[in-house]
Design a protein around this ligand. Structure first.
Ligand SMILES: *Cc1c(COP(=O)(O)O)cnc(C)c1O
Length: 228
């Protein structure tokens, strides 16, 4: 049986190999620790990992508050209901799933004055699936413009979860469409540097298409007992 450290090192190597292969400069690893105990986070921390992603507000806040290390960047990557936005604004460093102005305004208003602006990505529904959250590509420009006017939010880029497809050509197409939209946005806004795409099963393909941040859960922490 492999342990968490072995799996982590394997993923680091895989990311390195893929990013060299695609002349991509820098790909960071977001370790998705949802449903996993703080002990697993601490194990990865001791190996040098500093970016962790959580999907559930309560669970994430509990880990942030009990974690002894203060130099971790915490990323919220799940769907967010308005009535929980305050907890994200107060505790997290990043929010990957902004998909409407209303939630962005709440995060902006609720961000504590003594914290740096909240880093945000706009979530794009790249495969236009009714079941997925995120906005259509055509609406990215307008939402980006609105977000750029909010002081306590720093727009960093785009995030997507592509169709769960075995069809590699389809996945490639979706990743490359997102990359095009990302490049366009980066020409307009100076802080845009993050293309959050790729998970355990498709990180090579995502990196080949220009991902700058892969969100990897099960390939590091092992399967989740609660299916997400
Ligand atoms: C759970 C989750 C991941 C990680 O998925 P794995 O397939 O376990 O790597 C990445 N991104 C989001 C938004 C998730 O909810």
């Amino acid at each position: 049986m492999t342990n968490i450290a072995d799996r982590y090192n394997t993923i680091i190597k895989q990311i390195d190999a893929a990013s060299k292969h695609s002349s991509q400069q820098q790909v960071s690893l977001l370790a998705v620790s949802k449903t996993k105990p703080l002990a697993d986070i601490l194990a990865l921390y001791s190996l040098g990992q500093r970016h962790f992603g959580e999907n559930y507000v309560q669970e994430g806040v509990e880990k942030i508050q009990t974690c002894p290390h203060k130099d971790i960047s915490w990323h919220f990557i799940g769907p967010l209901q308005s009535n929980k936005s305050k907890l994200v604004a107060e505790h997290f460093d990043w929010m990957h799933t902004v998909d409407r102005l209303k939630i962005a305004k709440r995060l902006n208003d609720q961000r504590p004055a003594d914290k740096a602006p909240l880093n945000v990505c706009i979530q794009v529904n790249i495969s236009n699936e009714a079941s997925k959250s995120g906005i259509p590509l055509e609406q990215v420009d307008e939402l980006a413009k609105q977000l750029s006017e909010l002081e306590n939010i720093k727009l960093r880029g785009l995030m997507a979860i592509p169709a769960n497809s075995k069809d590699e050509a389809q996945q490639n197409l979706e990743f490359s469409q997102l990359k095009q939209a990302f490049d366009k946005l980066a020409e307009q806004y100076p802080d845009i540097d993050t293309l959050s795409m790729g998970m355990s099963g498709d990180l090579d393909l995502a990196i080949n298409n220009g991902s700058t941040m892969v969100r990897v859960g099960s390939a590091i922490f092992g399967a989740r007992t609660v299916k997400q």
